[in-house]
Design a protein around this ligand. Sequence first.
Ligand SMILES: *Cc1c(COP(=O)(O)O)cnc(C)c1O
Length: 388
Amino acid sequence: MTIYLDNGATTAVDKEVVEAMLPFFKDKYGNASSMHHAGQDARKAVDDARQKIADALGAEAKEIIFTSGGTESDNLAIKGAARANKEKGNHIITTKIEHPAVLSTCKKLEKEGFSVTYLDVDPDGLVSPESLEKAITDKTILVSIIHGNNEIGTVQDIAGLGKICREKGVLFHTDAVQSFTKVPLDVSLLPVDMMSISAHKIHGPKGTGALYVRAGTRLKPLMQGGSHEFKMRPGTENVPGIVGFARAAEIALAVDVSKITEVRNHAFKQIIKEIDNIKVNGPRDEMRLCNNINISFANVEGEALGSYLDIDGICVSTGSACSSQTLEPSHVLLAIGLSKEIANGTLRMTLSKHTTKEEIDKAVESLKKHTEKLRAISPLNTVLENVQ
Ligand SMILES: *Cc1c(COP(=O)(O)O)cnc(C)c1O
């Protein structure tokens, strides 16, 4: 039996989501741009889904652009806003703990002549409002700050950070891929101009996401083609994916996140009780995603520990899925001040609504066993003082 503790990488698609999608592969296969009834059925499904996603965010339907996922949404927000507003200035502000979809996009814009400030974070991964305020100049056109961090779970105060941007007349984008449906998000109250979300992190299908764009925000599309998605994202709509995304959002919004928090807190308690010389990364309070665990194990190689857990049927992640192909330590862990050695001994475990305390107990048992084994053969003898 698999114990899947990698829901930050992707989630199991809900059965109801698959059922909602199936008709759009089988009978209702029309192109939403076609005039005939088959096309109009698809159009109606896309319109309904757009309204549902808008409702989930407190937005208007016309402010939702469907994309191929979180990565594309981040690219569209950042490149689109930067290129559309470059006569106003060439300065962008982001942080050192963004997802690669944001970081690489900013690096690319630096090559196009934009200048980017990467804000530091505190040891919990929080961005200080003062540092943002100080970084804004009269050349700043865009700020992009991740809402719920995919590695260490830190949830930023986007209301406070967005307010600073609004007061300075600067656009504010947030990557809310991890926080969407886990943390309340209402753009009618939040000073946010653009927000990225993705279906496969909330038990929806892979390859579907959306970008919320506040009415009146100027963007340049990334691709040229038809006039789909309010001329912001050409290409025949992924009707099954969009329908599945909306259904997944409806289901996820009805989930009691306090139950996930409870299982997560049980995991923290058990790991701290059973294994010594560890450090919990990220905040321990309400400023943390309900499903995130990130722990450094002194004198252990994270890749080795992850492989042993895998043999026991337990899926976890070292750093983030996107960076675990490389052996470089996670940029997020380095940004919160961990040494390379400690960063490399770090595991991320991300829970879902399906995770049980029994699964956690089995995982902790396996963690304890393999940590002891690996430490016995380790040449290192670091002592972590910062156990939380
Ligand atoms: C997964 C993830 C993305 C990328 O979303 P995809 O739909 O996989 O492209 C972007 N940002 C964060 C924070 C993520 O966790």
